[in-house]
Design a protein around this ligand. Structure first.
Ligand code: SF4
Ligand code: SF4
Length: 690
């Protein structure tokens, strides 16, 4: 039984024990995953932030703080590999475990995953890996379903937040039953879609049974050979179990007198929702037009690996043509082709491979509607759908022109830019000033907000590869193109995630690079998560922050400078010292993220001094500064301006001022920022700090 709130606007989906007291909540898919894992008794949760997956760990941490999630341990690990290895240990101790990351995070964790699947697990281990078709916030459109088949790990592919919650529960059970990790792979729209759920008022982690020694936990080559057979065998059983229970087939016959369907429609993930909605619209249109759709069958592939071959063969039997809707790779399509070939079936499979459906990016209801109308031979229904607007008797030339002009009204493109008051702006500009116009350089960027330094006028990112990759790429440039200065920019969270090994390599091999650590004391791009440099943990107690300067020193970097990037002169000075150093050097630009500080009063323009030269706009490009309509002077958008004061250092005519600069105080000074305005700290060779 579930509690039904009287003001609830929608029927809800129950998470957890339906017999206990529940409360109704509007949850996004990621939050539903968190609740489902807690209701399943998850004991240890670890991950690394990455859109679109981050809210899972954030939600569990919040519920733990509120005392709702009892007995759970939750952490942001310093990278995905570390997170999965923490969970591998906890699982072997019998704890139910949840791992979260975005699709590319699985690349980092893959070293552990590939072996762990052979070693096996004890407590249920679910990997929540969110894919990003589009992509909306990623460097690639890689498909986690491919990773699942590569690693021979089962994967579930939800179409909605409700299915997602059910699949997380199911994944824990399957994982424990077969001793294997299980992946749940939602895509962005499922992660971020919201619906109502009835959730338990409190959750309790299951007590782990404890670790027991077993030779199978040690993966020697001989054991790996045996384990491979076990992996293959369990996949057959999982295919049968999931294939039967989780891949629904539906027959849709419009006219009972016609023979069995010859057409099949297969979908997976969120495309299932788009295709079903498109079919509902088509049926409505057919009814309105007094036409019949040809009979067809549908199948949702909810467990793409191991592929439900028997269920698929049953579905394909007797069909002549099948269309497949899925996002990212042609995973289902490939598997259907295999079934057709191995079973000598007659069905023609259409999808990404023959360009019947979109080969990349996101699907949509509109796109599915057009393609399904064509596939079912009723294109006219879709064309006539737009006809009423065009053919409406009341739509004269003016009305028609209005309709057309409205259709042309697309929102203007707004490329992403660094926020007003973002300290990264000062960091990039200071390095430019330190280099001067004549020194050629390669600017290696990395993953984080600072990638936005590539936008004009800063124009300060030449490359961006992967987490921490800028530091090691710079070493390649220093080797192959030594005439140019090799610069690497890395954020504080990325530094801990995967920057340190690259720095060790630079020191070891004495690559002449300068690393700029843009330390804003948070993982800003994914929503402000803590990391080892902040000392804040999700479990409450604060540990001692790991000092980046000390890490650099311990790794053997012999020239380290620090500056507050909102102060131009000290930042230029810090950059010059490091750039002039022969060998690996580093600059720590430290000031807190503009999103997490109390704002200072906005910048003020003195119209008597401002001559409209635009230097403040064309150098740092703060979005809070724009020209007045008459072109005589700049103006400040007080809603955006944080009062950081950087622009006051840029204006050659002293036309800009901020309250904090007037008072001689450091903007946003809090425990996370360093007082470097009057005390630039430099460490060079002999260990002296001066
Ligand atoms: S003080 Fe200047 S640089 Fe800082 S946010 Fe305001 S306008 Fe932008
Ligand atoms: S504020 Fe200064 S830099 Fe900006 S346009 Fe006016 S005079 Fe030029």
């Amino acid at each position: 039984m579930s509690l039904h709130a009287s003001n609830s606007p929608a029927p809800s989906h129950v998470i957890g024990d339906a017999k206990g007291a529940t409360q109704r909540m509007l949850l996004m898919g990621n939050q539903a995953c968190a609740w489902a894992a807690l209701a399943a008794g998850v004991r240890v949760v670890a991950g690394y932030p990455g859109t679109p997956s981050s809210e899972v760990v954030d939600t569990i941490a919040q519920l733990h703080r509120q005392g709702i999630a009892q007995g759970v341990h939750v952490e942001w690990s310093d990278n995905e590999k570390a997170a999965l290895e923490v969970l591998a240990g906890a699982s072997l101790a019998g704890a139910r475990c949840l791992f979260t990351c975005k699709q590319m995070g699985l690349n980092v964790a893959s070293d552990a995953l590939m072996s762990l699947n052979y070693v096996g697990i004890k407590g249920g281990l679910v990997l929540y890996v969110a894919d990003d078709p589009g992509p909306i916030s990623s460097q690639t459109e890689q498909d986690t379903r491919r990773y699942a088949s590569f690693a021979k790990v089962p994967v579930l592919d939800p179409a909605s937040p409700e299915q997602l919650a059910d699949m997380v529960t199911q994944a824990f059970d399957v994982s424990e039953k077969y001793g294997a990790p299980v992946i749940v792979r939602p895509t962005t729209r499922v992660c971020h879609a919201t619906t109502f759920f009835d959730v338990p008022q409190q959750t309790h982690a299951k007590d782990p049974s404890g670790f027991e020694r077993n030779s199978k936990w040690v993966i020697f080559p001989k054991r790996a050979y045996e384990a491979h057979a076990e992996v293959n065998e369990r996949l057959v059983h999982i295919s049968d179990e999931l294939g039967e229970s989780g891949n629904p087939i539906q027959n849709v016959a419009s006219d009972a007198s016609v023979s069995a369907p010859k057409l099949g429609i297969v979908f997976g993930g969120v495309s299932s929702a788009y295709a079903c909605e498109a079919l509902r619209i088509l049926r409505q249109k057919a009814q309105a037009a007094r036409r019949l759709l040809p009979p067809y069958k549908t199948m949702q592939v909810a467990s793409p690996f191991p592929f439900p071959k028997k269920k698929a063969a049953q579905f394909l039997s007797g069909l002549s043509d099948v269309i497949v809707f899925e996002e990212l790779d042609h995973v289902i399509e490939d598997s259907l082709l295999q079934v057709v070939g191995s079973q000598h079936l007659k069905a023609n499979i259409h999808g990404k491979l023959d360009h019947t459906t979109q080969e990349r990016g996101e699907n949509s209801t509109d796109d599915c509607l057009a393609r399904l109308a064509k596939f079912l031979g009723v294109e006219g229904l879709v064309e006539s759908a737009s006809a009423p607007k065009d053919a409406a008797p009341s739509a004269g030339p003016t009305a028609q022109a209005n309709l057309e002009s409205q259709a042309d009204l697309k929102p203007p493109m707004r490329p992403p830019v660094l926020c007003a008051g973002c300290p990264h702006r000062g960091s990039f500009y200071a390095v430019k000033k330190a280099l001067g116009r004549r020194t050629p350089a390669v600017w290696c960027g990395d993953i984080g907000c600072y990638t936005l330094g590539n936008a004009k006028p800063l124009d300060a990112v030449d490359t961006c590869l992967c987490m921490g990759g800028g530091i090691t790429m710079a070493q390649g440039f220093a080797t192959a193109d030594p005439q140019k200065k090799a610069l690497a920019f890395v954020g504080d969270s990325t530094f801990f995630a995967s920057g340190m090994t690259g720095i060790a390599n630079a020191v070891y091999n004495q690559h002449d690079i300068t690393v700029f650590v843009l330390d804003n004391s948070t993982t800003a791009m994914t929503g402000g998560q803590p990391h080892p440099g902040t000392g804040q943990t999700l479990m409450g107690p604060k540990s001692a922050p790991i000092q980046i300067a000390r890490v650099l020193r311990a790794l053997g970097v012999r020239c380290i400078t620090q500056a507050n990037p909102l102060y131009l002169s000290q930042s230029v000075q810090a950059a010059k010292i490091a750039l002039d150093f022969d060998g690996p050097s580093a600059v720590i630009f430290k000031a807190p993220c503009a999103q997490y500080v109390k704002r200072e009063p906005a910048c003020v323009v003195d119209p008597q001094r401002c001559i409209g030269c635009r230097v403040c706009i064309t150098t740092i490009g703060c979005p809070a500064i724009s020209m007045r309509a008459d072109g005589t002077c700049v103006q400040i958008d007080a809603n955006q301006c944080t009062g950081c004061g950087l622009c006051t250092d840029v204006c050659p005519h002293q036309a800009l001022s901020t309250a904090c600069r007037e008072r001689g105080v450091i903007p946003f000074k809090d425990e996370r920022s360093i007082d470097t305005a009057s005390d630039p700290r430099v460490f060079v060779e002999d260990g002296e700090v001066r």
